[in-house]
Design a protein around this ligand. Structure first.
Ligand code: NAD
Length: 480
């Protein structure tokens, strides 16, 4: 008779960010017998995870965190002891875990680049070295960060060199995360697939099965795919690159619409109804943002370049180039619509996050577009329902001096005040509250429904009385 697999009892996740926090909250909710500890170097982030003010905004996240983190008594569940913990005691969490996720950031490397850019694996390496140094029992190490092909192999070398004097066995798996911010909880609860990359020897395969058992608590087995590590690592990059490619494709078509008189929404609908193409992610925009798409495309370009696949590198590089072009074109269109001068004109910017239902502003198109408007002497009035004012200012600070920001940026706590007296309203995040049918006048009345690609409108110079909210003036007049 085959011996039952040893179940995973204790998980440590290194990195309490947009991936580590939500993923571990769901794993803990679905596996009450597994103790899950999420660790980070950042004390403030860990304190926030332990509090009622989580460090990231994500629909549904608070409920799942509270369910697993706080003791539950009563209700259908009866008494449920907490099994989700947050800590900065990284060594202790590593020592007591039998499975460790690495979910740290893998930003673009800033030096020595060609058309592509390698990922900076310094944080991954630091996490791996720490695991190798403090472990006194066998570990399954699961690489969850998005990394270039070959990283699992690199980690094996690191473990072999750092931990050479111990009898501890490290099995390295790849398990990239496919969640999208804004829908993370839904994506985690009902993933299209769980991808596990593993070597083919029996120990590695057994480790992969033990990881699969963790997910099988709620994910149907047929959605859990086991592949080799290279395929797993490349599949994550490929998925993000193809999504980015789709956005650049529709944005390039919108440029053609503008000069020919075709309507991009009509084109997108017609094209999207082709079942081979599908209708998702076909909305023209100012360009993609977020911490992943650009970095992952540049990483793929770098991989292609390093294998002398120059034509392939060039092909993927154009996705990023078109995205930069889209942001510039968007700002240019605003400037042209306002008679080629923004001097002393107020432009309302509705939305600062890189997409709806997140407070994340990394690489948000709004930063770039606002920067171009400020450079033309516009006064930008920003409203976003989730992004903090200090975040908006810190996003702009690298590109503008503090005097300019104080004179040219104000941040509002309701959209109507931001729009008051504005020469144009620019919607840069598709928050539901900005949808045309959700907006009372004056904003909705001013929307030119024919100009959908750039949601740029001239609105009457009158107050927002009668609209939701008060006619209060600027919430934060920055005196930075
Ligand atoms: P993040 O920046 O939000 O979080 C990473 C965390 O790791 C930070 O809090 C940082 O302090 C911590 N960290 C770094 N080095 C550490 C160390 N040695 N020890 C302990 N903590 C350490 O990043 P994220 O958005 O969660 O992304 C993590 C990875 O997942 C990246 O590779 C990213 O490409 C990938 N990914 C992100 C998303 C997304 O939507 N954000 C989706 C899928 C995959």
């Amino acid at each position: 008779m085959q011996r039952a697999r040893e179940p995973v009892r204790s998980i440590c996740c290194i990195g309490a960010g947009y991936v580590g926090g939500p993923t571990c909250a769901i794993i803990a909710c679905q596996n009450p017998n597994i103790q899950v500890t999420v660790v980070d170097l950042d004390q403030a982030r860990i304190d926030a995870w332990k509090s009622d003010h989580l460090p990231i905004f994500e629909p549904g996240l608070r409920d799942v965190v509270q369910f697993a983190r706080d003791e539950q008594s009563g209700g259908r569940e009866g008494f449920r002891p907490p099994n989700l913990f947050f800590s900065t005691d990284i060594d202790c969490a590593i020592a007591s875990a039998d499975l460790i996720f690495i979910a740290v950031n893998t930003p673009t490397k800033l030096v020595g680049q060609g058309a592509g850019s390698a990922s900076d694996l310094a944080y991954v390496e630091a996490a791996a070295r720490r695991i190798a140094e403090v472990s006194t029992s066998d570990k399954i190490v699961v690489q969850k960060s998005t990394v270039p092909c070959g990283t699992a192999q690199t980690l094996r070398h690191i473990f072999a060199s750092v931990a050479q004097n111990t009898d501890v066995n490290f099995e390295i798996l790849s398990n990239p995360e496919f969640l999208a911010e804004g829908t993370a909880i839904r994506d985690l609860l009902s993933p299209d697939r769980i991808l596990i990359g593993s070597n083919t020897d029996s120990r590695a395969l057994q480790a992969a099965e033990r990881l699969a058992d963790v997910y099988a608590a709620w994910v149907p087995r047929e959605r859990i795919l086991t592949v080799n590590c290279w395929s797993s690592e490349l599949s994550k990059l490929a998925a993000n690159c193809m999504l980015a490619q789709r956005i650049s494709s529709i944005n390039s078509l919108s440029a053609i619409c503008e000069v020919t008189g075709a309507n991009i929404d009509q084109v997108a609908q017609a094209v999207g109804q082709d079942t081979r193409i599908g209708s998702k992610m076909l909305r023209a925009s100012a360009g993609f943002g977020g911490s992943c798409f650009k970095k992952d495309v540049l990483c793929l370009v770098h991989i292609a370049e390093s294998y002398n696949l120059h034509e392939v590198a060039l092909y993927w590089r154009r996705i990023v180039d078109i995205n930069e072009y889209s942001k510039a074109r968007f700002a240019k269109r605003i400037i042209q619509s306002l008679h080629n001068t923004l001097d002393r004109k107020k432009i309302a910017i509705l939305g600062w996050a890189y997409k709806k239902d997140t407070g994340d502003t990394r690489e948000s198109a709004a930063i770039n577009v606002a920067g171009q408007l400020i450079a033309e002497n516009a006064h930008v009035a920003v409203y976003d329902p989730e992004v903090r004012p200090d975040q908006i200012i810190s996003d702009l600070t690298p590109h503008h001096n503090t005097d300019t920001l104080a004179k040219r940026v104000s941040i509002y706590k309701n959209p109507y005040s931001a729009c008051e007296g504005a020469s144009a309203v620019v919607i840069l995040t598709e928050w539901d509250e900005f949808k045309t049918d959700g907006l009372p006048s004056p904003v909705a009345n001013g929307l030119d429904k024919e100009v959908l690609e750039v949601r740029l409108v001239s609105i009457p110079r009158r107050t927002s009385e009668g609209s939701r909210g008060s006619s209060e003036s600027s919430w934060v007049k920055h005196d930075c």
